[in-house]
Design a protein around this ligand. Structure first.
Ligand code: RRO
Length: 303
């Protein structure tokens, strides 16, 4: 059998498949279910200093070719989540805490609290539809630098930065994140979008705008990973529309060291992790490559 294991910022994973933030990551028991189903690592729902209810419904619409969501950051708050995590015990695979804040200070406070309980933190600077949080940081070079520098100097665990595609030049933002001390970047969060219901004559989502994920955004996410890989020396984690082993291979070849899976869990259930990891292993076995790591970025070398 060829080697599916990867190491990401010193974190060893049995395969390069991670649960993306926001999907089933709201409780430790759900994280464990995903771990047991074969994920290499899991990312929590984004956690902040205070708990939040999120938006009232409708918060999700299935467009067939992807999902449009505006959940509005529902979460129990970082302290309560970490308490539940400690009480629950081992998840079985590395856990990454997704963190958001309404200010640099809140990002630092939440990240510093979470790091004692998890293997890494992922800064969500890219939520496309919650006012004053997330994307304001990820769309401003100055704020992005400030928040990454502040968190990096406040904690010891690896800091991942999840970037938004809703900018003119995502690679430039990745360079800023790297320069500010990020240990890895994750590309991409959802693409800002809109759906209107003709019968109801109004937007489908209560928040009007939402974030598009799933198969529809895969080429965008892949393009972002490819562009970022050419500009940074830190690992890139791919995210956006991965539903099959072929998708995962495309992201790896574009330069991703690992891939996150979100909407495919909604469409196909948690078995998607074992299915993709089996497909990846079969692909390696039928190739001259001896490990996943050998695939990373090879699409750049053939052009
Ligand atoms: O909770 C959400 O509405 C949400 C978040 Br925090 C995010 O980062 N991306 C997204 O599509 N939805």
């Amino acid at each position: 059998m060829k080697k599916l294991e990867v190491e990401l910022c010193g974190i060893r994973m049995k395969n390069p498949l991670m649960l993306a933030a926001g999907v089933l990551g709201i409780s430790p028991s759900l994280l464990k279910r995903v771990a047991d189903a074969g994920a290499g690592a899991v990312v929590t729902k984004s956690l902040g200093v205070e708990q939040r209810e999120g938006f009232s419904g409708p918060v999700l619409v299935d467009l067939g070719y992807g999902l449009l969501n505006a959940m509005g950051l529902p979460n129990p708050g970082v302290r309560e989540f970490c308490r539940e995590l400690e009480e629950f015990g081992e998840i079985g695979v590395p856990v990454v805490a997704s963190i958001y804040g309404f200010s640099v200070e809140e990002y630092v406070e939440a990240a510093a609290y979470a790091e004692r309980y998890v293997d890494a933190v992922e800064l969500n600077v890219s939520c496309p539809h919650v006012e004053k949080v997330g994307v304001q940081f990820g769309q401003s070079p100055e704020l992005l630098r400030e928040v990454v520098e502040a968190v990096r100097s406040a904690i010891r665990k690896p800091v991942f930065v999840k970037l938004t595609p809703n900018v003119t030049n995502i690679a430039e933002m990745a360079v800023i994140a790297e320069d500010a001390g990020a240990d890895a970047v994750v590309a991409i969060n959802t693409v800002r979008g809109l759906a209107i219901n003709p019968e109801l004559r109004r937007p489908e989502l209560s928040a009007v705008f939402g974030g598009l994920s799933g198969p529809a955004i895969k080429p965008i996410a892949l393009r972002c990973v490819y562009e970022i890989y050419q500009r940074v020396n830190i690992p890139v984690v791919g995210c956006g529309g991965v539903s099959t082993w072929r998708d995962a291979v495309e992201f790896l070849m574009a330069g991703a060291s690992a891939v996150q899976i979100g909407s495919a869990v909604y469409y196909r259930g948690v078995s998607v992790f074992s299915e993709i990891s089996r497909g990846l292993a079969e692909f390696l076995n039928s190739s001259e490559f001896s490990s996943v790591e050998e695939l990373v970025g090879i699409a750049h070398r053939s052009t």
